[in-house]
Design a protein around this ligand. Structure first.
Ligand code: ADP
Ligand code: MG
Length: 321
C-alpha cells in the first residue's frame, strides 16, 4: 500500500466532522476558524516504542494513549480540545495494526468531538507524534504559575496504578490476575481529565497534569509559581487495587513518584474552595485535598501530622525512570 492510499484508508475515516474545520486532511495545510473571543492552546507529545510504551503494547492502547497524553495537557490548561494532527512513523504497513491503532485513537476523539485535521506518514522505527489544539475563552486558560502561598493542593482520581503496572511488567510482583488486569488497564488506557480541566478553569489558581509523578509535577508548579508545598501523605488517594495489592509502604512511593497517571494536580484559594468542590462534584470527578502551598520554596511531606523526610521514604526506587 502506498502512502496516499494508507492515509485515505485509515486517517480520513474519522467520523468527527467539526464546523470550524474549513479544510481537513487532503490539502497542504488544514484550515480552521476561531471565534474572536477565544484563545487557542497548542501542545505536542511524542510516543516512541520501547521508551514511552512497552514493546508489547497493543495497537489500540498505543492509539488511545497517543491521543490521551495530548488531551491531558489540554485539560491541564482548562481548555476544550478541538483538533489534532498525527505524525506517524511505521516500520511497515500492517492493516490490522493500523485498524486497531485508529480505533483506539478515534474512540477518544469521538468522545470529545476532536477532529484529526492532518499529519504526516513516514517509514522507520515506530513513533507517534500528535499535536493537539484546544479552545478557551479569551485569557481564561490555566497555567502552572498562579499558585499562591496558602492555596489548597488537590488531585483528581487515584495515583500510582500505572507505575505499578510498569513495575510489574519489569519484575512480576502481583499475583492476582484481576489486579494485574486493572493496573494494566490504567497504564494502557489512561483517561484524560478533559471535563475536570474545563470545570477548574473558573476556580484553580494553577494546574498541571501528572505525567512524571506527583512530586516531580508538583515541583513544576512550585517553581513556576515561586512557592513551596506540604503534602499530607495520609491523604494521597490510592486505588482499591493498590490497597488490595498489600504493597504497604511501597504503595505511597508508586503514588508519589510513578508517572503515567494523567490525573490533574491543581491549587485553589480558600475563597474558591467550595465553588470548585461543587463544580467538580457536578462533573462527577473524584478530587482529594492532599496539602497546602506555602512560602518555603521547597516541598515537604507529613505523615500522622509529623514531618517525614522525602529522602527517607525510599523514593530512589524510581530514580532510573
Ligand atoms: P505534503 O507532502 O504536502 O506534506 P502529504 O502527502 O504528507 O502532504 O499528506 C497529504 C495529506 O494527508 C495532508 O493533508 C496531510 O495533512 C494528510 N496526512 C498525512 N499523513 C497523515 C496522518 N498520519 N494522519 C492524518 N493526516 C495525514
Ligand atoms: Mg508531508
Amino acid at each position: 500500500m502506498k502512502e496516499f492510499e494508507l492515509i485515505k484508508n485509515f486517517f480520513t475515516e474519522q467520523v468527527v466532522k467539526r464546523k470550524d474545520v474549513l479544510l481537513g486532511i487532503g490539502d497542504d495545510c488544514a484550515v480552521v476558524s476561531i471565534a474572536e473571543n477565544q484563545d487557542v492552546v497548542v501542545t505536542t507529545d511524542t510516543l516512541v516504542a520501547g521508551v514511552h510504551f512497552p514493546l508489547g503494547t497493543s495497537p489500540k492502547a498505543i492509539g488511545h494513549k497517543a491521543v490521551a497524553v495530548n488531551l491531558s495537557d489540554i485539560a491541564a490548561m482548562g481548555a476544550k480540545p478541538s483538533w489534532i494532527s498525527l505524525a506517524i512513523t511505521l516500520p511497515e504497513v500492517n492493516d490490522d495494526w493500523l485498524t486497531d491503532f485508529c480505533a483506539g485513537a478515534f474512540e477518544l476523539c469521538e468522545y470529545y468531538n476532536v477532529q484529526l485535521i492532518g499529519g504526516d506518514t513516514t517509514q522507520g522505527p515506530l513513533s507517534i507524534t500528535i499535536t493537539a489544539q484546544g479552545l478557551t475563552p479569551e485569557g481564561k486558560y490555566l497555567s502552572r504559575s498562579g499558585a499562591k502561598s496558602g492555596d489548597w493542593l488537590y488531585v483528581t482520581g487515584e495515583l500510582g496504578d500505572a507505575a505499578l503496572a510498569l513495575r510489574h511488567l519489569k519484575e512480576p510482583l502481583l499475583t492476582e490476575d484481576a489486579l494485574i488486569e486493572q493496573v494494566q488497564r490504567k497504564l494502557d488506557f489512561p483517561k484524560p481529565r478533559v471535563l475536570a480541566g474545563q470545570a477548574l478553569r473558573e476556580y484553580a489558581s494553577a494546574a498541571i497534569d501528572i505525567s512524571d509523578g506527583l512530586l516531580a509535577d508538583l515541583g513544576h508548579i512550585c517553581q513556576a509559581s515561586s512557592v513551596g508545598a506540604n503534602v499530607v501523605l495520609d491523604a494521597v488517594p490510592l486505588s482499591e487495587t493498590m490497597t488490595k495489592s498489600q504493597l504497604f509502604d511501597d504503595a505511597i512511593n508508586y503514588a508519589l513518584n510513578g508517572g503515567d497517571d494523567y490525573e490533574l494536580l491543581f491549587t485553589v484559594s480558600e475563597d474558591n474552595k467550595v465553588g470548585m468542590e461543587t463544580a467538580l462534584s457536578h462533573a462527577g470527578v473524584k478530587i482529594t485535598c492532599i496539602g497546602q502551598m506555602n512560602a518555603s520554596q521547597t516541598i515537604s511531606t507529613t505523615l500522622n501530622n509529623k514531618p517525614v523526610p522525602i529522602k527517607g521514604l525510599g523514593f530512589q526506587h524510581f530514580s532510573t525512570k
